[in-house]
Ligand binder design. Structure first.
Ligand code: ADP
Length: 260
């Protein structure tokens, strides 16, 4: 479903961010990408979300080359990307409203029907409930903890019902316990919704807890050092097992082998 075919990226100032990166991710798979700071992980996600173009190679989703952003693909960033002047409810419904306005212009021309106000409200209310944000609809992001703000970010992305979730260090600014709770949330999201996930992280334990496959990148220019299978993923208790610790050690070894 997601194919990286020899992707290289050189920025206009000559910085070589990625070199010949190739991998495949199947539909419904969860994949972690781990590598040192500056090795091109964000660049790679931006290419798959249609914001940046590779210098050479191809990014394919569902067999089609990615040339612009698509509603099937949601990108979640580290700093939550919320609008501070909008309430929790408004932040979550924003993507739906924009899409609805856009689609209204295409009615009668074979486009999918736009989502009405009532349906938007149902989607947003049920997501806020699922994410434990019920009762905070009228709060502003600054009034809430980092963990809650990130959940608003997740709710906003999920409101559009994406098939693919691209995440760039989404949990890195959270304390350890909140981080673990949201890792559990991402695990259940993946297991229950058949969503395809690509998670960029610096954290070995997080990569192993959430990635059915773990792609280890080298220092810049990022290239694939190793792709590791991690079939035992899928249960919250995995993080307390010997297999989990063995896998973390194996990932650490390949990172060290890649001279990170
Ligand atoms: P990571 O997410 O792994 O930390 P990035 O993809 O953000 O890495 O960046 C990869 C490299 O490309 C870094 O050296 C960064 O400084 C550089 N870079 C990122 N964006 C630009 C840009 N617009 N112009 C020039 N260099 C950039």
């Amino acid at each position: 479903m997601i194919e990286s075919k020899g992707i290289s990226k050189v920025y206009p100032d000559g910085t070589e961010a990625l070199r010949e990166v190739s991998f495949d991710i199947s539909e419904g798979e969860s994949c972690s990408i781990i590598g040192p700071s500056g090795c091109g992980k964000t660049t790679l996600l931006f290419i798959f979300s249609g914001i940046l173009k590779p210098t050479s190679g191809k990014a394919l989703i569902g067999g089609k080359e990615v040339i612009s952003p698509s509603k099937e693909v949601a990108l979640i960033l580290q700093d939550y990307g919320l609008f501070p002047w909008k309430t929790v409810y408004e932040n979550v419904s924003l993507g739906l409203e924009l899409r609805s306005k856009l689609l209204q212009g295409f009615q009668g021309r074979g486009a999918e029907p736009h989502i009405g106000k009532k349906e938007r409200k149902e989607i947003v209310t049920s997501l806020l409930e699922d994410l434990g944000l019920k009762g905070f609809e009228n709060h502003y992001p600054k009034q809430l903890s980092g963990g809650m703000q990130q959940r608003i970010g997740f709710a906003r992305a999920l409101a559009l019902n994406p098939r693919i979730l691209l995440m760039d260090e989404p949990l890195s600014s959270l304390d350890a316990l909140t981080r673990e709770t949201l890792q559990n949330f991402l695990l259940s999201l993946w297991k229950n919704n058949g969503i395809t996930m690509l998670l960029v992280t610096h954290n070995i334990e997080e990569a192993v807890f959430l990635g059915e496959r773990i792609i280890v990148l080298s220092p810049r220019p990022g290239s694939v050092v190793k792709i590791m299978e991690n079939h035992k993923v899928g249960n919250v208790n995995y993080r307390n097992t010997e297999d989990f610790f063995d896998k973390c050690r194996a990932v650490r070894r390949s990172i060290e082998g890649g001279a990170i």
